[in-house]
Each structure stands twice: as C-alpha cells, then as structure tokens.
Design a binder for this molecule. Structure first.
Ligand SMILES: Cc1ncc(C[n+]2csc(CCOP(=O)(O)OP(=O)(O)O)c2C)c(N)n1
Ligand SMILES: [Mg+2]
Length: 302
C-alpha cells in the first residue's frame, strides 16, 4: 500500500464553486487529474456529474480549455481537436484529455471510444467510475456491481439488486492493444497522480479508469469517501492495476485481506444484503469475485 501523504498545491486548475456533493469522489479525481496534467491541456467532457456540476452556464470551474457536446461523444471531440492541433503544428505540445462517467464510457460512448483507440489517437481517455448513471438519479449501468441497489435494480421479494456482473472495461481496452491502461482511485491519490503523469508521457491512446465513490448514489457518509475507496482496493473488490503495452506492469497490493463485508456495510446500496440468509449468500458471491481478483492479479502481500 502507498504510505506517503498527498500534499495539495495552493491553487488548482479546477476552481471551487462547483456544485458537486460534499465528499464527491469524482470531483477529487478531477482536481488531481487537472493539477497533474497542467495548464497546457484541452478537456472534452461527456454529459454527467463531471460536466453538470462544473459548468453551469454561464460559469465554469475549469481553468483550461474545455468542451462539452453530447453524452456519448467526448472521444469524437478529442479526435477532432487532435486533428486541428496537428494542422496547427501544436499536437505534440498539448495534452488532450477526454472525460466520461461509467455510463458514458462502458455503455453509451463505447463505440466512439473504440474508434478513437483503433485510430491510435494520442488522447488520454479518463473514466470516472461511480458504478451507475448517478447524475440522472442512480440508474444501473454496465459498470454497476453485482447486487447493488440502483433506482432501476431495486431489491425486493424476487431480487437482490443488480443481477449482472460488472463489465470488464479494462479487458476491452486491452483488446484494443493500447500502450497504457490503468485503474486508480481517489482512495490513493499519489498513485492516481503518478498514473496521470505516466499516461501523458506516452504517445498514443491511453485509458485511465478512476474509482470514484458517489455519496448519494452509494449511500455513504461524505467523510467515508476515501475509506470506502481504500476498502474496495484492500478487499480485492476493485483491483488497482496498470498495463504497459499489454503486459501487467503494476498493481496495488494489500498486506492483510479485508473481507468485502467491511466495504459493503458502509454503503446503503448494499444494505439489503445484511438483512437475512439470502443476503448472506449474495455476500459470499461477492467475496468470491474479490478473491478471484486477488488470485488473478496476485494482490496479497505474503
Ligand atoms: C443520449 C443521451 N441519453 C441520456 C441522457 C441523460 N443523461 C445525462 S447524464 C446521464 C447519466 C451519466 O452517467 P455517467 O456517465 O455514469 O456519469 P455520472 O453522472 O454517474 O458521473 C444521463 C443518463 C443524455 N444526456 N443523452
Ligand atoms: Mg456514473
């Protein structure tokens, strides 16, 4: 586990005054991302919390050039900007970062992202993964984990919440042969910063998936944002890994395996699992998923 502490700079490229919830994991990630990328950056943004909370007309929190067009197309915008910068001879001097939530990335913008990756465009695509369409009222996305209670996967007599497993977006990125792919989380800011730096230093298409707890969507206390993200990693629920040219090049290990229960019980979206025997059996299934991750990536320090 990383032990160093994060020392925040005195000014930021994402101004305060945005309307993100107190304790929002996404907004912490956004600030770390921009401060690391620096002012020579152009951002394209999908629709979602990362856009709606930062750019309420006529104001913006962004201190770098920023554009939003449609929910599904930050990748297309990024490719267009790259083409224009090439004509102007500025392509090698500017970071282009495309941003989308998990809904924009795993579901609705996936075809456009695939095209951008296939073309080999020199763009860093960042997904803020809060595991649902949180902006429009906590609906299920294909990034929603098994058994989570969302407004479209409510638990009840015949349901334990979401009955599907989370889509393997990192696997999809790997299939595109990207030179750099990583997961990170606001739970470990220094690791996140290091990955942004590394990604931007590499030419070609990059994918960074950042695990960002959502206070109202997950039903957590604002003060628990960092703790919940760390427990997700320490339990194996959300593996933090890095791939260079398709080979596993980094992983965040844990010294002591934390039971997934410790992660789940801090969140109202999993509250129904702690009611009865049926829920207990579901927790065992989630534990199996985490155990599989620990085994697959070798996450336990022995
Ligand atoms: C084509 C289209 N479909 C649906 C919407 C409505 N919509 C706007 S934001 C959003 C949810 C975004 O979810 P996600 O990408 O996960 O980002 P989050 O808000 O969770 O950060 C939806 C469904 C839209 N704007 N455009
Ligand atoms: Mg989302």
């Amino acid at each position: 586990m990383p032990t160093k502490k994060y020392k925040a700079p005195l000014s930021h490229l994402l101004n305060p005054g945005h309307s993100a919830c107190a304790g929002c994991g996404m907004i912490i990630a956004a600030r770390l991302l921009l401060d690391t990328a620096g002012p020579n950056t152009i951002v394209t943004n999908a629709t979602g919390c990362s856009e709606v909370t930062t750019t309420q007309y006529p104001m913006t929190s962004f201190k770098v050039p920023w554009i939003h067009s449609l929910f599904e197309n930050p990748a297309c915008l990024a490719s267009g900007i790259l083409a224009a910068l090439k004509v102007k001879g500025l392509a090698d001097k500017t970071n282009i970062i495309a941003i989308g939530g998990d809904g924009a990335t795993f579901d609705i913008g996936l075809a456009h992202i695939s095209g951008m990756w296939e073309r080999g465009d020199n763009v860093l695509y960042v997904c803020y993964d809060n595991e649902a369409y949180q902006n429009t009222g906590y609906q299920y996305s294909s990034a929603t984990p098994l058994d989570a209670n969302t407004s479209t996967t409510p638990p009840g007599k015949y349901s334990e919440g979401n009955d599907q497993k989370k889509k393997d977006m990192v696997g999809i990125a790997l299939a595109h042969g990207l030179p750099y792919i990583a997961t990170a989380t606001t739970g470990y800011p220094l690791d996140l910063i290091a990955k942004v730096k590394k990604a931007l230093a590499i030419k070609g298409p990059k994918y960074l998936q950042i695990y960002t707890p959502c206070v109202p969507g997950w039903g957590i206390e604002p003060k628990d944002t960092i703790t919940v993200a760390q427990l997700a990693v320490q339990s194996g629920f959300y593996p933090i890994v890095e791939y260079l040219n398709g080979g596993l090049s980094g992983k965040t290990k844990t010294t002591k395996k934390v039971p997934v229960e410790n992660f789940l019980k801090l969140q109202k979206r999993f509250k129904h699992l702690f009611k009865d025997e049926r829920g207990k059996a579901e927790i065992a299934k989630i534990q199996k998923i985490a155990d599989k991750n620990i085994e697959k990536f070798g996450l336990l320090n022995s």
